[in-house]
Write a protein that binds this ligand. Structure first.
Ligand code: GLY
Length: 257
């Protein structure tokens, strides 16, 4: 496989509380918090199997979506950026993680009127591609670009109209390879990458986490699994029904670096 893999080593997670039953959801599916906690524990086991050092922060009952740790912050190039959420009910989440990050990384923050959620930030080998979505606005993307420019990190934006976040539709799994839903497969931003097109019946597999030669997928996606294995990836699958019911995917559950 060429060129290099993603090289993440750390994952910061927060288990779901009972209030996860009230998470934002477009699916109307009933969420079982006890099953979600079991699935979260299995997810952490899979992260460890893929080589991550996993650290768990305390449950927050006050913030039902706070298990989706990807969204309130970003760590890249040895620095942290605390986001400003586009979803009102999630506005308190960045403050919950900011102190932890400030103790470990040079840290900046997105300020009003900017909004930025981690689920819109696609880390590519040479830049960050950020979805301008219902959750992330142009001011947030401009602030992110300015805050990362001193570290030499390039940031560009792309509109997202049909999906919650950019990573709902496309993720980079390493080795020059993307998993993408059909309408992102021939997106001009992705020329030069090998794109595995995720079939509509396996849409949840477009949100995957690649590290080393491993790719973590939600369980039950045989076509995407086979396509990855054919390219030499080692697929680790984990149950995600309760997080899927709250519009969450594999990357949503961890802040990784
Ligand atoms: N339930 C995840 C989100 O809407 O952000």
């Amino acid at each position: 496989m060429t060129p290099g893999p993603n090289t993440y080593t750390h994952a910061l997670v927060r288990p779901p509380g009972d209030s996860f039953a009230q998470a934002i959801s477009s699916t109307r599916a009933k969420i079982d918090p006890a099953r979600a906690r079991r699935q979260h524990a299995a997810y952490c086991d899979v992260l460890r199997a893929a080589g991550f050092q996993v650290e768990a922060l305390p449950v927050s009952e006050a913030l039902p979506d706070s298990c989706f740790m990807q969204d309130p912050a970003l760590v890249v190039a040895g620095q942290a950026v605390v986001c400003r959420m586009g979803a009102t009910s999630r506005a308190g989440e960045p403050a919950l993680v900011a102190e932890w990050l400030r103790a470990r990384f040079p840290t900046t923050a997105i300020a009003a009127p900017g909004t930025l959620e981690g689920g819109d930030i696609l880390l590519l080998p040479d830049r960050l591609l950020v979805g301008e979505s219902a959750r992330t606005n142009a001011a947030g993307i401009r602030q992110l670009a300015a805050q990362l420019a001193p570290a030499g990190v390039k940031v560009s934006g792309t509109p997202v109209t049909k999906y919650l976040h950019l990573l709902t539709a496309v993720t980079y799994v390493g080795h020059n390879t993307l998993l993408a839903l059909a309408d992102y497969a021939s997106h001009p931003e992705f020329s030069g990458y090998e794109v595995i097109v995720v079939p509509p019946e396996e849409a949840h597999a477009a949100d995957a986490l690649g590290t080393g030669d491993h790719v973590i997928l939600p369980e039950g996606h045989p076509k995407t699994t086979a396509a990855l294995q054919a390219r030499g990836f080692k697929v680790l699958a984990t149950p995600m029904s309760e997080f899927g019911a709250a519009d969450g995917g594999i990357t949503c559950l961890a802040l990784v670096w």
